[in-house]
Design a protein around this ligand. Structure first.
Ligand SMILES: CC(C)(COP(=O)(O)OP(=O)(O)OC[C@H]1O[C@@H](n2cnc3c(N)ncnc32)[C@H](O)[C@@H]1OP(=O)(O)O)[C@@H](O)C(=O)NCCC(=O)NCCS
Length: 223
């Protein structure tokens, strides 16, 4: 027998769902930071900072301190990107989940439940672009650490694919980010194809190489 069941979201899930979503996103800060530390343009900034401060102050200690401050700033920048995304989402669709996902056609929100706890979340929305009415966008996929590796995300993913199929849609699409490695493995395992890789639309995101990945799962087209 399965250790969990997938069901529709209900109001009593509200706090757990928001917490699971927030943790699932912010946990990628360290990975994104390590990635940006490997970029040549970031090293160029460190070198310029070092040379500038040693030229101005003539002090090795001050120059090293200036580079350490750069590194701290880089970490905060990475953190800011994840935290601001979480905050935006919590104030947007995740503010009144019942109203946002259950009072409009084409929207839905599911949870996985295990022994009375929320063990995973996922949502479906119509994508906000031309032709989006024939597609479903998978959003808010997250499984708390203690429930990972049990196939819960795959079951949640199948829920969204079935939802799209029942609605006669041609594809399920989603966006994820470069540091969310477990997520791309999940989607590729489920048969999603990577369509595009692009920088998040902000100057800061470009500077630290914050890349988004667009995935698509094609469904058979009904005649
Ligand atoms: C991505 C995430 C949802 C996966 O949840 P999960 O319940 O552990 O995933 P599943 O057990 O269903 O695994 C599905 C497949 O994903 C891949 N996968 C997931 N985690 C993996 C890991 N740590 N290493 C390698 N592959 C992994 C595997 O292919 C796995 O299939 P398999 O076990 O048959 O090989 C979970 O890690 C998570 O919540 N991460 C943080 C939030 C996040 O990044 N969400 C995605 C937003 S786009």
């Amino acid at each position: 027998m399965s250790e969990y069941q997938i069901r529709l979201y209900k109001d009593s899930d509200y706090e757990s769902v928001r917490e699971i979503f927030a943790h699932g996103i912010t946990e990628h800060t360290a990975k994104a930071f390590r990635f940006s530390l490997r970029l040549p343009r970031i090293w160029a900034i460190f070198v310029v900072t070092f040379l500038l401060f040693s030229h101005i102050t003539g002090s090795l200690l001050v120059s090293i301190l200036a580079v350490i401050i750069d590194i701290g700033f880089l970490f905060l920048l990475n953190k800011y990107i994840f935290v601001s995304y979480v905050q935006h989402s919590l104030d947007d669709d995740m503010l009144d989940i019942q109203k946002y996902y259950f009072q409009r056609d084409g929207y839905c929100f599911w949870v996985a439940e295990s022994s009375g706890e929320i063990a995973g979340i996922v949502a479906a929305v119509p994508p906000d672009h031309p032709g989006g009415e024939r597609q479903v966008e998978l959003k808010r996929m997250s499984v708390p650490r203690k429930y990972r590796g049990k196939g819960i995300a795959k079951a949640l993913c199948r829920m969204v694919i079935d939802f799209a199929r029942e609605r006669g849609c041609e594809a399920v699409i989603l966006e994820t980010s470069y540091p969310q490695v477990d997520a791309w493995r999940l989607y590729e395992k489920m048969g999603f194809k990577k369509m595009r890789t692009f920088f998040a639309p902000s100057l800061m995101a470009k500077l630290i190489g914050f890349t988004l990945l667009l995935y698509r799962y094609d469904l058979p087209v009904h005649r």
